[in-house]
Design a protein. Structure first.
Length: 240
């Protein structure tokens, strides 16, 4: 009986070791399947990207664009500068078997971004920018650190956007059940149209003008004078 039990124990240990080795082999293969590719592009101050990318953007004295992912996915990428906009997308048709591709981008100045297609992004370190346009759509998630004179926003499609930093003026549209968290963006003047059950948190010190509809919720901080036009089940209230 003891010999039989010993055999079962030994067999169990062997299975455990084999499973561990198989897992390690799979993990190593997954890591080895990824590579990093550098794109030789420059002269841009705007970004247009989507397709479920993970995007990291920071300010630097020179241009650098690197993508990390599977070789077969990187081979399908196209990156080109159109005017002052860096446009990165897949050249071929949609492929459900694509895996995550991560971009690390460094650029001297940032005047506009357009992130879409369930992308995940963070933008950091840009100081003393003039006017900026920021578009986030298609269930994307973005954290954006800003220091600008005027920001024009267009957020839609159930996206989530976190805004940090400083802006003299913010204008734009927020729609489609989008969430905007901007208590940490110190703003002077804010003028927004909010619709489609969106939720917005803003901070304004001088003037706040809101047109809210479709069960949207706007909460604000700061000492700004407030002009609010609401319809449906929408509300505009000072944060407690």
């Amino acid at each position: 009986m003891k010999n039989l039990q010993s055999r079962f124990v030994a067999f169990g240990l062997a299975l455990t070791v084999a499973a561990g080795l198989a897992s390690a082999s799979f993990t190593n293969k997954t890591v080895q399947d990824e590579e990093t590719r550098t794109f030789s592009v420059n002269g841009f101050d705007r970004l247009d990207m989507g397709s479920a990318f993970v995007i990291h953007v920071k300010q630097g004295s020179s241009y650098s664009v690197k993508a990390t992912g599977r070789k077969q996915d990187l081979d399908e990428l196209e990156a080109q500068v159109k005017g002052k906009t860096l446009d990165i997308h897949y050249g071929s048709k949609w492929n459900r078997n694509r895996k995550r591709v991560t971009f690390d981008i460094t650029m001297p100045s940032l005047q506009g971004i357009d992130f879409s297609g369930a992308s995940t992004s963070d933008v950091r370190g840009f100081k003393n920018q003039g006017n900026m346009s920021v578009e986030v759509s298609g269930a994307s998630t973005s954290t954006i650190e800003l220091d600008a004179d005027k920001i024009e926003v267009d957020f839609s499609g159930a996206s989530t956007v976190n805004l940090i930093g400083r802006a003299d003026q913010i204008t734009g549209d927020i729609s489609g059940a989008t969430t905007v968290k901007a208590f940490d963006l110190q703003s002077k003047k804010v003028q927004l149209e909010v619709s489609g059950a969106s939720g917005v948190r803003v901070n304004a010190s001088e003037k706040l003008s809101i047109d809210a509809s479709g069960a949207s919720s706007v909460r604000y901080r700061g000492s700004a004078s407030v002009s609010a036009n609401t319809s449906g089940a929408s509300s505009v209230r000072k944060d407690a």
